[in-house]
Design a protein around this ligand. Structure first.
Ligand code: C2E
Ligand code: MG
Ligand code: MG
Length: 719
């Protein structure tokens, strides 16, 4: 409470004169009071209103305030009794109370007034009163309130934010009407770190009792992690989600993402707001997700998805004179390991394969991936020649083949590998992968460990696909023909039979060798239709010849797939019956490699055919890996030595030795021998010396159509 000298108040003269009612000019004084925007009341020491100006009457909405007590008119006061008591107190003590803010509800609306309760001493009247002034500060209060409310909101928002929020200030505004490089320079010189929330210190590892506030931005050691000023200027004073790595004191990294926005007023930069988010956890999580999506769980090796992107990258980066090799490795008989030793051991072996491959790849630019199951892939980049991939491939296969010691047993794992080469064979990942796969299956089929892709062996190369469909058509439309090549007895040159050989002349592609179309047919079930057709046509021809009294045995070539058909033997029997021919007029030639695919079904079919009375020959003998002793157990009667040994046997001593010993061993095993590829008389004589039973070859006759054969046959016997 402060005692105010009444005379120090402006317009004090007027107030005293008017309120005390002893001034002759009171009507002017009253007029002046009534024009004031401040409500003014004069109350006596009992709190009774002695006088009031217009503003006061308006405020209390009462024209007759005079004579009423303050308590009566303060009904709308927030604390009426307290205000009333204060007036009495001021009057009693003479100590004024000024600058108070009081709340009044006017028509239910909260209004604020700044009030003075000024003690007035009137010596002449001998009593003390109170001048009570009320200034309406509602608007100002409201503004202040909303300002502090928004300030509190903003503080709460910043403090509770999950992001680090910080601000940069400039001691003076920086005009934007200048060249970018000047702007960069000015920002760099003037930027001062302003404010930030608590999170800032945590993220940037600043002690809690330290503050960057007021420090020049360029003096902050990690300034470049906060704001790249050049980029900020060139990007129209804003940066969005700029990712930076922040090195922590423990040498680990935090990953941060910052967005900044310049605050511009009147074409001048007045400050910069920054929001930084710690994305270390998010990054760890997304990295983990990405890792999971691109790696194999069991081995931790890249998976097919990752391999694809690495292959595609290496294709893009491959220099002109270099090559990229994609190698697919498939473990042999892995299913048996899983089935007999259990899946845990299977998993263990799979996990060990990666490191074994890796050991062999030291020094080579390569990636190892697991494609799934027991399939792995190697990407070899920067090679000069296909042979490099083959050398590495062989090393890898040898590396895999070492024993695994599992419990008391040693398990040997073998694998087959297919290789495809960019750019020689294909220029995209999926084709390279498919080619390597095709090559791998060929390697597996031939049991040769490794094979480089060869379109000739690919059943699905575009050329092959069109050949398959064309061949199917040719079989259905009876467009194939048969040629017949005689077989003669070596000792007396008598004709003992013919071999039926398929011929195909395509209307557009022309003559297609059986060496080309038979392997294609063998890759699909088309070979079954083809064999059907050849058997039927051969037997029909034999029947025709029989009617002409030409008693000729016919040999038909069959494939592995034919023997896998469950009812193949029954089918042959049906055909023989259809043509009304005995089984003895039919022989079947089965290549050595087919016989070696010794499945139960193959053996069963061979035995059935033998029982039925069909003579079986092993064709192309010498080209496979079969052991003679093994062949003894098969129900075959004839062994056809491959023409490749026969045609050169006079020049090549090795070949002659092989032919001679094959004939001897075959005889010891109770087999008879046919030599194919007899191209001259001398060979024929040589075979006679070796006691070879039969011969076939250009020296005797080339394969020929039925009509030509008949002529040849009749001519031979008429001589
Ligand atoms: P293959 O069964 O070993 O038939 C003998 C091949 O040797 C025939 O070739 C024949 O023309 C050829 N040849 C015969 N004598 C000589 C000779 O003195 N010198 C030389 N250099 N070659 C001779 P072709 O007709 O081209 O048949 C090739 C192969 O195609 C056959 O070999 C056979 O494996 C297969 N093939 C032919 N027709 C059929 C068929 O109807 N079914 C099946 N599954 N395979 C067939
Ligand atoms: Mg043959
Ligand atoms: Mg042959």
């Amino acid at each position: 409470m402060r005692e105010v000298d009444f005379n120090t108040i402006n317009h004090s003269k007027a107030i005293t004169s008017d309120f005390l009612g002893d001034d002759p000019d009171s009507c002017y004084s009253q007029f002046l009071f009534d024009t004031l925007r401040t409500a003014v009341l004069y109350l006596d020491k009992w709190g009774r209103i002695r006088s009031a100006n217009d503003m006061a009457k308006k405020l209390f909405d009462d024209q007759y305030l005079t004579g009423k007590t303050a308590l009566e008119v303060f009904g709308n006061w927030d604390k009426p009794i307290q205000s009333y008591q204060e007036i009495l107190q001021v009057a009693r003590t003479g100590h004024s109370v000024t600058g108070l803010n009081e709340k009044i509800y006017i028509d239910g609306v909260e209004c604020w007034f700044q009030t003075d309760k000024i003690a007035v001493e009137n010596a002449s009247h001998g009593f003390r009163g109170v001048v009570y002034t009320l200034d309406d500060i509602s608007q100002l209060t409201q503004q202040k309130q909303s300002l502090s409310k928004s300030e509190a909101n903003y503080r709460a928002f910043i403090e509770n934010s999950d992001d680090t929020i910080w601000r940069v200030e400039f001691p003076s505004m920086i005009s934007l009407n200048q060249k970018p490089e000047i702007l960069v320079k000015l920002i760099r010189q003037q930027a001062v770190f302003g404010d930030c929330n608590d999170l800032f210190n945590k993220i940037y590892e600043i002690d809690d009792n330290q503050s960057l506030q007021g420090i020049q931005l360029q003096d902050i050691t990690f300034q470049d992690k906060l704001l790249n000023i050049e980029e900020f200027v060139s990007n129209k004073l804003r940066l969005c989600d700029k990712a930076v790595e922040f090195e922590l004191s423990n040498d680990e990294y935090k990953y941060l993402k910052t967005s900044v926005q310049g605050i511009v007023t009147d074409e001048a930069l007045v400050g910069i707001w920054g929001v930084t988010r710690d994305i270390t956890e998010l990054r760890w999580y997304t990295d983990r997700l990405e890792y999971q999506a691109t790696h194999d769980v069991l081995t931790g090796l890249p998976n097919r998805i990752q391999l694809q992107s690495l292959v595609e990258q290496s294709i893009v980066n491959c220099q002109k004179d270099k090559k990229v090799a994609l190698m697919i490795i498939d473990l042999d008989s892995f299913k048996e390991i899983n089935d007999t030793l259990g899946h845990d051991i299977g998993d263990y072996i799979i996990q060990e394969i990666g490191p074994r491959i890796k050991q062999q790849l030291l020094g080579a630019s390569s990636v190892i991936a697991r494609l799934g199951g027991d399939e792995f892939a190697i990407l070899l980049v920067d090679i000069n020649h296909q042979s490099q991939a083959e050398i590495v491939g062989k090393q890898v296969l040898n590396g895999i083949r070492k024993y695994f010691h599992i419990g008391n047993i040693d398990v040997e794992i073998r694998a087959s590998m297919g290789i495809s080469i960019y750019p020689d064979q294909a220029s995209d990942f999926s084709t390279l992968l498919r080619y390597a796969d095709v090559a791998m299956y060929c390697a597996k089929k031939d049991m040769i460990g490794l094979e480089v892709y060869d379109s000739e062996r690919d059943a699905h190369s575009p050329k092959r696909l069109s050949l398959i469909s064309e061949l199917g058509k040719a079989i259905r439309n009876n467009d194939l023909t048969l040629y017949f090549q005689p077989k003669v007895s070596v000792c007396n040159q008598n004709i003992v039979g013919v071999e039926a050989l398929a011929r195909w002349t395509h209307p557009v592609m022309g003559f297609i060798s059986p060496a080309e179309f038979v392997p294609i047919a063998e890759m699909t079930d088309l070979i079954n239709d083809m064999t059907d057709w050849v058997l039927d046509e051969s037997l029909r021809q034999v029947k025709v010849w029989r009617r002409k009294s030409l008693d000729i045995k016919i040999a038909v070539n069959i494939s592995a797939r034919n023997l896998l058909q469950e009812n193949f033997c029954e089918h042959v029997e049906c055909l023989l019956a259809d043509h009304d021919l005995p089984a003895s007029c039919l022989g079947l030639e089965i290549t050595e490699s087919t016989i070696m695919k010794n499945t139960e079904q193959t053996l069963l079919t061979l035995h059935k055919l033998n029982e039925v009375g069909v003579e079986l020959s092993i064709d192309d003998f010498g080209t496979g890996y079969s052991l003679l002793a093994y062949l003894k157990r098969l129900p075959v009667k004839w062994l056809k030595i491959d023409y490749s040994f026969i045609i050169n046997m006079l020049q090549d001593e090795q070949d002659q030795i092989i032919v001679n010993s094959t004939i001897n061993m075959a005889h010891n095993l109770g087999l008879q021998v046919i030599a194919e590829g007899v191209e001259n008389k001398k060979i024929m004589q040589c075979l006679g010396d070796m006691y070879c039973e039969q011969a076939q070859g250009f020296h005797i006759a080339r394969p020929m159509p039925a009509f030509d054969f008949e002529k040849w046959y009749l001519g031979r016997y008429s001589d």
